[in-house]
Design a binder for this molecule. Structure first.
Ligand SMILES: Nc1ncnc2c1ncn2[C@@H]1O[C@H](COP(=O)(O)OP(=O)(O)O)[C@@H](O)[C@H]1O
Ligand SMILES: [Mg+2]
Length: 265
């Protein structure tokens, strides 16, 4: 395992206080979040686990600033969070690369939030492509990438602007199990090295415990927090670590599941 050369902590402090949210569906109210309060400290990795359809993606959309909660407050570093910002980037399960742009140009899109393209664009794109192991594929089209490589390109596009909070919605959910294991490690290495805050939804209990400092467990919709598991284990973590296995049993019991969980959403 290569040693991680750490940058200064640039994570933001996220605070979600008494957030409830509802949608309106066919003239009826659909409560989705019920008095959710949580925080992510600067540089912390928090994972969210809960049954399919409970409201996890909705919560991430609120944290991304894509929607406003029906009630409650969300702040970043103590300031009300009301709109999307480059400091908070979302990576979805589907890498959503533009098929008509090369990997290099897809990653470069992350830099073009305003009209100006930074003068150091080229070195930044090349640097992040190297970091995620895609240098050789800079000129490839998305259709020429494997699932894992496409998700690495999406991560590179998200990280190129140095986000302070990386929001991950089942980012590894579509990958085969071996690729997924590799990507879990790579993502943890990136997080430890670049020191952003991370908030990740996953349906995989083991993944949450391998990656996060804390795992927050939600009830079925409307999502309310059932419990929080603190994962006070050093990185890199091993799946076979008996402490991790014990936490897994605890998490599964809280989710009311013995061995199987939800389908990916
Ligand atoms: N824009 C929307 N309008 C109406 N209902 C929605 C909307 N987005 C999500 N929902 C509903 O909110 C609930 C929670 O969805 P979601 O947050 O995607 O769940 P999860 O990510 O936990 O699987 C679901 O019942 C879903 O149908
Ligand atoms: Mg979801």
């Amino acid at each position: 395992m290569a040693s991680i050369s750490q940058q200064p902590n640039r994570g933001l402090e996220l605070n979600v206080a008494n957030v409830s949210h509802q949608f309106y569906l066919h003239g009826k109210t659909l409560p989705v979040l019920n008095q959710v309060s949580l925080n992510v400290r600067a540089g912390e990795f928090v994972a969210l686990l809960g049954p399919s359809g409970c409201g996890k993606s909705t919560l991430l959309r609120l944290v991304a600033g894509l929607d406003l909660p029906t009630s409650g407050d969300i702040t970043e570093d103590g300031v009300a969070l009301v709109a999307p910002a480059p400091s908070r980037v979302v990576v979805f399960q589907d890498p959503t690369l533009y098929p008509w742009r090369t990997v290099y140009d897809n990653v470069g899109l992350g830099l073009q939030t305003g009209k100006k393209v930074p003068t150091d664009a080229r070195s930044r794109i090349e640097g992040i492509l190297q970091r995620v192991g895609l240098t050789e594929f800079a000129t490839a089209w998305p259709s020429q990438l494997s699932g894992g490589m496409a998700q690495r390109a999406a991560l590179a596009r998200a990280l190129i602007n140095h986000p302070r909070l990386l929001i991950l919605d089942e980012p590894l959910g579509k990958l085969d199990s071996l690729t997924r294991i590799h990507m879990q490690r790579e993502l943890v290495d990136l997080w430890r090295e670049q020191r952003f805050s991370a908030l990740m939804v996953t349906h995989d209990v083991e993944e949450a415990l391998l990656m996060a400092n804390r795992v927050i467990i939600f009830s079925p919709r409307p999502a309310a927090i059932i419990d929080t598991i603190v994962v006070d284990l050093p990185y890199p973590r091993r799946r076979s670590d008996p402490r991790l296995t014990a936490l897994r049993t605890q998490a599964l019991a809280l989710l009311g599941a013995e061995s199987t969980l939800e389908e990916p959403t």
